[in-house]
Design a protein around this ligand. Structure first.
Ligand SMILES: [Zn+2]
Length: 438
């Protein structure tokens, strides 16, 4: 069997640990100003110094030269709604009116499989343009919206997580399943898609207010029956929503306790937002290895609140960053970092750029229990990587020319960068996006 060997030269960065919890004896990252990434059959074979590794290559191996640019693992967006692509940047006064006015009518269109396929293709193009190689994706209540999404991601060979929204109350009839039909359709989709190629399934009750207790119970039973599937939902996003949950579930200790009581806090459970949590909630997240998807552009756009990084870190919650498009206002994880940084400042804490790049790569992979598969350049990991251009715009070029440290370089990319900074995107060693230059 011949090996398909590819080598890429550039400044190389990937993470080994969370910068917030590492020290000199346990470095958080591996950085090579002149680095080389060697990919064999879609997996990382080696990552390190060009001078050292180049000598190990068989003669005549082509080295793709990205000198002056950064090679890093592809970004991971842990919470995004592909059906909401067409309604990004829609004005509304807060979450609940926004759902009524825009979200539900837009999601209705996904009854139509051809429409779903069309949006899925655009959505994946957009992710790859922004350097995002894995996402945790909400589809709609329609099983065909899941088939359309996974069919499109499979054709491109992408590592994607997605699931059918389960929603059997407090929504329009045209988007309503029942506890039984939602569970049955979910199980069929798990059997069809989970671990087929690079697809992974997420059991996806939209949020507690739109599921009956029976539906949550059945979702929890599926989560137990298929322990390596994902769970994704929303929790404690804004205050009006939290008040509504208190009315609907008067016996629950808290919002997240509703999910806990149905067995939905476990490894591979991803909770979107997590703003209005209390100490006990954060402890439960840490104990159960449930993870938080922090969605700063969405939280600012909808006026939902500010994520508390300090309290989450004190409790040891698994953290990741997410766009939450269409509530989020950008598909770019760089723009998401930009807003995460400001949210942290408003809460009195400080997020170094190194931490933000960690959260968007290895931190997300750890939150998803996928370390070793995606998120860094560990030997044998899937070669999902991006080429980042610090000279993508005149302003970036001018600012990064003056940088004096890696932190400054990454900070400028996070604050000033967007899809234009992504020169190329690779998935399992295959180029899936290249930026068009004018
Ligand atoms: Zn969301």
């Amino acid at each position: 069997m011949t090996t398909n060997l590819q080598a890429y030269r550039g400044s190389l960065l990937h993470f080994l640990a969370d910068p917030a919890f590492s020290d000199e004896s346990h470095p958080s990252h591996d950085w090579h100003e002149d680095g080389l990434l060697i990919v064999a059959d879609g997996k990382v074979q080696a990552a390190g110094d060009y001078a050292t590794l180049h000598a190990t290559l068989p003669p005549n191996t082509v080295v793709h030269d990205y000198s002056g640019k950064l090679l890093m693992p592809g970004f991971i967006d842990t919470h995004v709604h592909y059906p909401q692509t067409d309604m990004i940047a829609s004005p509304a006064e807060g979450l609940l009116p926004w759902l009524e006015t825009y979200t539900f009518p837009t999601e209705r269109q996904f009854e139509d499989a051809a429409h779903a396929a069309n949006v899925a293709e655009f959505f994946l193009d957009e992710l790859l343009r922004c350097g995002t190689t894995t996402a945790m994706v909400y589809c709609t209540v329609h099983p065909q919206s899941v088939d359309a999404f996974f069919t499109a991601s499979e054709q491109r060979g992408l590592r994607m997580v997605a699931g059918k929204v389960m929603m059997d109350r407090n929504c329009p009839d045209f988007l309503r399943d029942t506890a039984e039909s939602g569970a049955r359709d979910t199980e069929t989709l798990i059997q069809r898609w989970h671990k087929r190629g690079r697809a992974l399934y997420a059991i996806t009750p939209r949020f507690a207010p739109t599921s009956t207790e029976r539906q949550l119970q059945l979702a929890g039973e599926l989560a137990a029956a298929y322990p390596d599937t994902f769970i994704q939902t929303h929790v404690s996003e804004n205050e009006a929503e939290c008040a509504w949950v208190r009315e609907l579930f008067p016996n629950a200790r808290s919002y997240i306790d509703v999910y806990d009581s149905y067995g939905m806090m476990r490894p591979r459970a991803m909770y979107g937002h997590c703003i209005w949590l209390n100490e006990r909630d954060r402890q439960r997240m840490a104990e159960t290895q449930s993870a938080a998807a922090i969605c700063p552009t969405s939280n600012l756009f909808l006026g939902s609140g500010l994520f508390d990084f300090e309290r989450a870190d004190d409790a040891g919650v698994l953290l990741s960053l997410a766009t939450d498009v269409g509530g989020g206002t950008s598909f770019s994880m760089l723009q998401t970092m930009n807003e995460a940084y400001k949210v942290a400042r408003l809460k009195g804490s400080y997020l170094p750029a190194l931490r933000m790049f960690y959260l968007a790569t290895l931190g997300a992979a750890r939150s998803m229990q996928l370390e070793g598969t995606i998120g860094n350049f560990a030997v044998g990991a899937e070669a999902d990587f991006i080429v980042v251009d610090p000279q993508a715009t005149p302003l970036l070029q001018r600012r990064t020319a003056r940088r004096e440290s890696l932190e400054e370089l990454l900070f400028a990319l996070a604050l000033l960068g967007d899809d234009r900074a992504i020169a190329a995107t690779y998935s399992a060693g295959r180029q899936v996006h290249v930026r068009e230059t004018t």
